[in-house]
Design a protein around this ligand. Structure first.
Ligand code: SF4
Ligand code: SF4
Length: 237
């Protein structure tokens, strides 16, 4: 219905499924019938995705966004023809000029990035909400260095077993049930499930301050299950 509904994840999924090129068609900018102007969101998402593609070694020309009205059949045919030809020239995904990525490596890179989509959207939220009016601004919105940094400095969250008091607040608030815990049990983040939203960091009571942010470093291994029970001082007595 709206190009603004085309999530970054959809585009990454298309490439994960081996699609050689993705074209997003949106209504003309400034001509949206709704206050939401989803086509501007589609534009910033596509610009971000193109930089991500560069980061993982894919030619960003494989993703294009074009704006046209439903009355512009000729323009649609022209754009499709032109894009189809340019994708044919690029060749199969990952094997085009300047690409040369092993298909398995590409799949795992795309899977890794797809897992980070909620985090990427959160971190780049402000820029993704930009309304770019001038095509000259497109290239500058996300820079190559910025996107390289985004992935080298990915933030992870870790619960310090020495500080966790098993108040269960973080587990209740985690949107993806990534926190394993229970009454009197030190809580642990399942890093495979965590989408790095930062909610646990925000909600852990300051008197405990058990959740820490880790950037660019490996996350310590989780405390073994048999050592997770908290012995309260009153119980010890
Ligand atoms: S960062 Fe978000 S998703 Fe990850 S464990 Fe904390 S609350 Fe859950
Ligand atoms: S909110 Fe903090 S103290 Fe409470 S269970 Fe989570 S990590 Fe532990």
């Amino acid at each position: 219905m709206c190009s603004g509904r085309v999530d970054l994840e959809f585009v990454l999924r298309a490439f994960s499924n081996g699609i050689d090129g993705v074209l997003i068609g949106g209504c003309r900018l400034k001509e949206c019938n709704y206050v939401t102007h989803g086509n501007y969101h589609a534009l910033t998402m596509a610009l971000l995705c193109r930089r991500i593609m560069e980061h993982i070694g894919l030619n960003p020309e494989r993703l294009r966004i074009e704006f046209m009205s439903s009355a512009e059949g000729n323009r649609f045919a022209e754009v499709m023809g032109e894009f189809g030809n340019s994708v044919k020239e690029l060749g199969p995904l990952g094997k085009g000029k300047g690409e040369g990525i092993d298909p398995n490596e590409l799949k795992s890179k795309l899977a890794g990035i797809t897992k980070l989509v909620p985090y990427i959207k959160l971190v780049k939220n402000e820029k993704l909400a930009s309304r770019l009016e001038n095509p000259e601004e497109y290239d500058k919105l996300f820079t190559k260095d910025e996107i390289d940094r985004l992935f080298s400095e990915v933030i992870s969250y870790y619960i310090d077993p020495e500080k966790c008091q098993a108040c269960t607040t973080c587990a209740k608030r985690c949107p993806v049930e990534a926190i394993v815990g229970g009454k009197n049990l030190i809580h642990v983040i399942d890093q495979e499930k965590c989408i790095k939203c930062g909610t646990c960091f925000e909600v852990c009571p300051s008197k405990f301050g058990a959740v820490t942010k880790i950037s660019g470093e490996p996350v310590p291994p989780p405390i073994p299950e048999e050592k997770r029970t908290i012995i309260r001082k009153s119980k010890e007595k």
